[in-house]
Design a protein around this ligand. Structure first.
Ligand code: NDP
Ligand code: PYC
Length: 346
């Protein structure tokens, strides 16, 4: 039977299976002005985040996508233009559309180049990224490739040693294959906490741990609302996270031709939430490397890490939640589901 948003909903525990959630989200995107192709790409991304328990970038983001599309800030119909610029370099102009369809359009050429040259770079510009970054790298590792990606966002992070915000929350995601298990994947904001998690804490009325942000006067605060209303975030790890955030600005914006996090101005588009920046991906074919099979080597590293007492690898929590969602359905509270259905017009 074909899945539909109306089916597979349990009123008792409000769960949806993955395909039904994707269809529901696709309807929302198309209803708010995206092409069917863009809707499919964003729906798969967002449903995947929700399925894996990556809540700061799951369905929580849908109202932000909708208000952004309604504001005219992003082009939901954009058709990315892919340019083959060098043996190991692909450029994409996302046309003021979303970054994920730009990656999808360039992907075959990028993989072909990575496999022939051993390494290839994808530089996406004029793009909006409002999602978790791991979905952009994890699939490469399932194909035996190593992938690294960075994306910059919007000014809300004070560089270490500075007085005012400049950087975005600027995540870095990495994926590598391993012999006996899911790929090794990490995905982390270079801010002490993702902006999405600050919004979630504010909504729940929770305080943040110390060291995450400052208020409008630049004073340390644990109040998420004070950070959101005129305050700012701090980089993780002081000068070290700040250096990584600077690197992300350089790679995702300067190198791609996209905007720095401080370069765009959305004030004439009330409701706009998606950063209009750039994204860089580096894909490596480890079969070109010397020595033993890379996936065996990464498996050995994992074995040694467990051997010294490590219980949890980055990505383990997501994979555990993915398995649980596949077995039990993706949990959604009744109000969230009702809101999504309303946005979908059903
Ligand atoms: P977290 O701090 O929650 O997690 C960062 C990484 O560390 C993850 O890979 C996570 O794995 C892993 N991890 C967390 N806790 C542990 C632990 N105790 N032991 C081992 N590994 C652990 O992520 P962030 O809050 O920094 O980022 C959240 C999301 O926000 C990311 O997906 C990021 O891409 C997104 N984001 C997107 C932006 C954009 O512009 N599009 C901007 C900023 C952030 P696991 O997932 O398995 O928990
Ligand atoms: O959570 O920091 C964040 C974020 C910024 C843009 C998209 N997500």
């Amino acid at each position: 039977m074909t899945a539909s948003p109306e089916m597979a909903v349990s009123s008792a525990n409000s769960t949806l299976d993955f395909d039904s959630l994707v269809l529901l989200l696709e309807r929302i995107f198309v209803r708010h002005g995206t092409s069917a192709e863009v809707a499919r790409t964003l729906a798969l991304n967002c449903a995947g985040a929700e399925r894996d328990g990556a809540h700061s970038h799951g369905v929580f983001r849908i109202p932000g996508y909708v208000s952004t599309l309604e504001s005219g800030w992003v082009n939901g119909q954009a058709v990315p233009v892919v340019e083959d610029v060098a043996s190991g370099f692909v450029r994409v102009d996302a046309g003021n559309g979303f970054a994920q369809p730009a990656l999808a359009a360039a992907r075959p050429l990028l993989v072909e180049k990575a496999r022939s040259a051993g390494i290839a770079v994808l530089a996406i510009r004029n793009s909006h990224h409002f999602a978790a970054l791991w979905p952009d790298v994890e699939p490469f590792a399932y194909e035996g490739l190593v992938a690294l990606s960075v994306v910059n966002s919007m000014t809300c992070v004070v560089p270490h040693g500075a007085d005012r915000p400049l950087f975005g929350t600027n995540p870095i995601a990495f994926a590598a294959p391993r012999a006996d298990g899911d790929p090794i994947v990490f995905d982390l904001a270079t801010s002490a906490i993702a902006h999405g998690d600050v919004q979630i804490a504010a909504r729940k009325g929770e305080r943040l741990p110390a060291g995450m942000g400052v208020d409008s006067l630049g004073q340390p605060t644990q109040d998420p609302k004070a950070i959101l209303e005129g305050g700012a975030l701090l980089p993780f790890g002081g000068h070290k996270g700040s250096a990584l955030s600077m690197m992300v600005e350089l790679l995702a914006a300067a190198l791609t031709g996209g905007n720095f996090s401080f370069e765009f101005d959305w004030k004439n588009h009330p409701g706009a939430k998606t950063p209009w920046t750039g994204q860089l991906l580096i894909v490596i074919d480890p079969s070109k490397a010397a020595g033993q099979n890379f996936a065996e080597r990464s498996q050995e590293l994992v074995r040694q890490m467990h051997g010294v007492g490590l219980k949890r690898l980055p990505g383990d929590r997501r994979h555990h939640q993915r398995a649980k969602s596949s077995a039990d359905g993706i949990p959604l509270d009744a109000q969230t589901l009702a809101n999504l259905r309303e946005l979908a017009g059903i």
